[in-house]
Design a protein around this ligand. Structure first.
Ligand code: ARG
Length: 466
């Protein structure tokens, strides 16, 4: 037998083969370069499976003990970079199982009783995603915490609120930051939903049909911290909707991050100058010595496309795929690993940016003095004090704005005579209605921007999220 033939005969599935795999296929088929990420889950799953087999008297206790110590040894080998991953052994499951047989012999050959790689891979994958979601939850919480700290420092810092990126109404910077706290709070809730829904254990579904051995799936599910076993063996090995949910939750986080990133980029630009992003998160230009570019924020904005791309990748992988397992499903892992790495880097950088952010309160206030931000308050004055219907008040206010534009002044720089030339019933009460401060103080409806409510929202947010 040639060396290659021997290699193939010694693969785990080589028994019915007479020929050898093409080198092209060996490379093409192998997933070890990326699914080695699953080694810890694979080992944990195998130990639970072997313990169950021994408890059910499907294998001997001695086999289980040997399997367990062999697997723990392999874990150490992997973690100290001593393990030799082989592409001809395709994936992490067969790499570990082959090494186990090499290390402990006969008992090792019993590990794969009553399971298949099909239920094994999806169990590993679920466990990996679940623990990854825990780390992402933690990062989101840290981000919220830093946003809340900044919001507390700025609960009465005035800034223009924008719609259409045009000055709309005065808001506080703290209120604006708390908008993101809410958005990331929903992202956290989505992650928890996703974990709850996916938390059923597929192991024991075997290839697709279940198994004729008297296994105890509840025992394995419990050992691996799943809430229960999956209910249908075909669904167990075919479905990847949990992975799609993971990618869709991560895409939303990425999109939310891209929006705050964009605002940070805008606010730190020369036109705005509202904030200074710490040097730690900016870079210089190779040609223009004066530049300080917000690279970290730009990359966060830019990475969000990849997260969406990975989601589309996996959704299309599943489309039209017949049940149960097909090798196409091996393609499910790279988009997940890529999104995981990128979202964590985005979150770490965003946390750093927010933590070290400097606020130029004066610049924010200056920007607020342009653009008639209290026009709506003026209309509200006409409604409240003069009993004018809102639609008419809106028209009158529009005329007053035109006048201010012609005179090149702000609303509160118009004289009472100016104002009365448009609506004679206007009285001196109007002056406090159109000042920026009174506008802010009056925004007391639930969820509004008045500093008193912002303070309350901050303490609520601490209780709800931290
Ligand atoms: N490496 C494979 C994957 O990631 C494991 C499952 C292989 N199953 C099989 N029947 N070939 O999907």
């Amino acid at each position: 037998m040639t060396k290659r033939k021997k290699n193939l005969k010694s693969t785990i599935w080589g028994g019915r083969f007479e020929g050898v795999s093409s080198d092209n296929l060996i490379k093409f088929n192998s997933s070890i370069s990326f699914d080695k990420n699953l080694y810890a889950q694979d080992i944990e799953g195998s130990i639970a499976h072997a313990e169950m087999l021994s408890k059910q008297k499907i294998i001997l206790k001695k086999d289980f003990l040997e399997i367990k110590s062999g697997l723990l040894k392999i874990k150490k080998e992997i973690e100290t970079n001593k393990f030799k991953f082989k592409i001809e052994l395709e994936d992490i499951h067969m790499n570990i199982e082959s090494r186990l047989i090499e290390l402990i012999g006969e008992s090792g050959k019993k590990l794969h009783t009553a399971r298949s790689r099909n239920d094994q891979v999806v169990t590993d994958f679920k466990m990996w995603i679940r623990s990854d979601l825990d780390s992402i939850l933690d990062l989101l919480k840290q981000l919220q915490e830093n946003l809340i700290i900044q919001a507390e420092d700025n609960y009465e810092t005035l800034m223009p609120g924008y719609t259409h990126l045009q000055v709309a109404q005065p808001v506080t910077f703290g209120h604006h930051l708390l908008a993101y706290v809410e958005m990331f709070g929903r992202d956290r809730a989505r992650i928890k939903d996703c974990i709850n829904r996916m938390n059923e254990c597929p192991l024991g579904s075997a290839a697709l049909a279940g198994t004729s051995y008297p296994i105890d799936r509840n025992f394995v599910a419990k050992k691996l911290n799943f809430s229960s076993p999956t209910r249908n063996s075909i669904d167990s090995v075919s479905s990847r909707d949990f992975a799609i949910e993971y990618l869709s939750v991560l895409s939303l986080i990425g999109i939310n991050l891209s929006r705050i990133a964009e605002e940070l980029i805008l606010w730190s630009s020369n036109g705005f100058n509202f904030i200074v992003i710490n040097e730690e998160y900016t870079t210089g230009s190779s040609i223009m010595p004066q530049k300080r570019n917000p690279d970290a924020a730009e990359l966060i904005r830019g990475k969000s496309n990849r997260l969406v791309g990975n989601l589309v990748n996996l959704i299309t992988l599943l489309k039209g795929l017949p049940l149960a397992y097909s090798k196409d499903l091996q393609e499910d892992k790279e988009p997940i690993f890529d999104s995981s790495e990128n979202i964590k880097n985005c979150l770490l950088n965003m946390i750093g940016i927010i933590k070290s952010l400097k606020i130029n309160k004066n610049k924010m206030l200056k920007a607020l003095q342009k653009g008639f931000p209290t026009a709506t308050d003026l209309a509200d004055y006409l409604v409240t004090y003069l009993n004018i219907a809102f639609r008419d008040a809106h028209k009158i206010t529009g005329k007053i704005i035109l006048l201010a534009e012609k005179k090149n002044c702000s609303l509160d720089e118009l004289s009472l005579e100016d104002l009365r030339s448009i609506e004679p019933r206007i009285d001196s009460n109007i002056m406090k209605s159109i000042s920026i401060n009174s506008s802010i103080l009056k925004k007391t409806s639930f969820g509004g921007t008045s500093p008193r409510l912002v303070l309350k929202a901050i303490s609520d947010a601490k209780r709800r999220y931290l």
